[in-house]
Ligand binder design. Structure first.
Ligand code: AHM
Ligand code: MG
Length: 334
């Protein structure tokens, strides 16, 4: 018997049918994101073959070099979503200010925040990269979207997700009804349901942090990581260490296998490195939807009221028990 094929668009539609108040506009937005993801995935796959690798020489608003694939991904998303009629403005990690919808195109009731190509330093060495997105309902009433539409705490997101361009391309998203994963079948050209209702294990056995910055860590982080390395049968220690350097890929592993990912504040980066709106908040939304937790060390990520578009935030995310233990160490040392 042929197994029914659940494409992402059908899944989105079925979730919409179960919600009698839905107008279909939100579903349209999600479907447009999958189109952008497919176009980017195609380009990522080709990137080793074409002359698309290397730096363009530009420096983005974070002061980092932009590679060509970053620019490509940014443009694809702006083009497909900016003209989709579903959003009233966009914001991207690659642009300083919010991005307006081109003149003449209809304005939707949502705003979309994106990290078009996360982990871009890994592209040239064939290591996974990703796209992260976060969706809010606009809070201004009409006209063009404004910065305040984007500066909403993470718990107000109406959807969030990511695409990981790895050994296969996967899209993982949540609209507040659990976390679902779809794998791109390159021959069919569709994302097919492969991981329904993902639950993060209560406790894992893997920790993920850039240990190179060890000397700059605060005492609580140092003591916690040291604790994870000590042998203890009862608590299943030592933990294994894994660090890819692409948040999407490190988070994806943490979501499926459990464990903890940390990009804490340190002496050099008092606010950490990751961006609240483009990276931490959408991942925190997914983590909580899957039964995990996400904190700065002291506060819940989803409670933080953003003050600027490119604000950075320390991120500690993963299995519930692991995050609670990390928090205990950090609190005890401060
Ligand atoms: P990017 O947006 O410039 O790619 O930077 C974000 C990336 C994350 O994907 C990753 O978790 C982190 O930077 C790694 O930083 P570091 O090299 O300092 O460990
Ligand atoms: Mg990033």
């Amino acid at each position: 018997m042929l197994k029914p094929i659940m494409t992402i668009s059908r899944y989105i539609l079925e979730q919409q049918i179960q919600n009698p108040g839905a107008t279909g506009r939100f579903s349209g937005l999600l479907t447009t994101i999958t189109l952008a993801a497919k176009v980017i995935a195609r380009e990522v796959r080709k990137s080793g073959l074409l002359d698309i690798l290397g730096k363009t020489g530009d420096v983005n608003v974070q002061g980092e070099q932009v590679t060509k694939l970053d620019e490509f991904s940014h443009k694809v998303i702006m083009d497909t979503l900016g003209r989709s009629g579903h959003v009233c403005a966009l914001a991207s990690e690659e642009e300083e200010s919010i991005i307006e919808i081109p003149e003449g195109y209809p304005l939707g009731r949502y705003v979309l925040l994106l990290d078009p190509l996360d982990g871009s330093s890994n592209i040239d060495v064939n290591v996974s990269v990703g796209t992260i997105f976060s969706i809010h309902r606009r809070i201004t009433r009409e006209g063009k979207g404004m910065t305040e539409d984007f500066l909403q705490p993470g718990h107000r997101q109406v959807g969030a997700g990511y695409v990981v361009y790895g050994s296969s391309t996967m899209m993982v998203y949540s609209t507040g009804q659990g976390v679902h994963g779809f794998t791109l079948d390159p021959e069919v050209g569709e994302f097919l349901l492969s991981h329904e209702n993902i639950r993060m294990p209560e406790k894992g056995k893997i920790y993920s942090i850039n240990e190179g910055y060890h000397d700059r860590w605060e005492r609580g982080v140092d003591e916690y990581i040291h604790y994870l390395k000590r042998e203890d049968k009862e608590t299943d220690r030592p933990y294994s260490s894994r660090y890819i350097g692409t948040l999407v890929a490190d988070f994806h592993r943490t979501l499926l296998y459990g464990g903890i990912f940390l990009y804490p504040s340190d002496r050099k980066r008092p606010h950490g490195k990751l961006r609240l709106l483009y990276e931490a908040a959408p991942m925190a939304y997914l983590a909580e939807q899957a039964g995990g937790l996400a904190i700065t060390g002291r506060e819940r990520i989803l409670d933080i009221q953003p003050t600027s578009l490119h604000q950075r935030i320390p991120l500690i995310i993963g299995s519930r028990q692991d995050v609670l233990t990390a928090e205990k160490f950090i609190r005890a040392a401060s």
